[in-house]
Every structure is written in C-alpha cells, then in structure tokens.
Design a protein around this ligand. Structure first.
Ligand code: ZN
Length: 48
C-alpha cells in the first residue's frame, strides 16, 4: 500500500561533526565524520 501524505519528510539528514564542525548531508546514518573521523551528531534544520 502506497501512502500519499502531503507531508514528505526530508530525504536526507544533516549532521555536524563534533570535531571539525563540518556539516554533511547524508541519506544514510552517519556516525563518523568522513573528514576527520570524529563523531557526528544529527542536527535538526532550524525553522523560523
Ligand atoms: Zn570532522
């Protein structure tokens, strides 16, 4: 069954590295920064 909700969740998640503070978007679960290997955290997109 295919649902067609009007709300479509974002296809990608945003992450921020706790080491180098680089930000990434990934459609898969990231745990380590691809740049420096430090843990990343999922950051919500701020909405005004
Ligand atoms: Zn990093």
């Amino acid at each position: 069954m295919v649902r067609s909700d009007s709300y479509t969740p974002p296809a990608t998640s945003r992450y921020e590295c706790t080491g180098c503070l680089s930000r990434f978007e990934s459609d898969s679960h990231l745990v380590d920064c691809p740049e420096c290997g430090e843990p990343v955290r999922n950051v919500a997109v701020p909405r005004e």
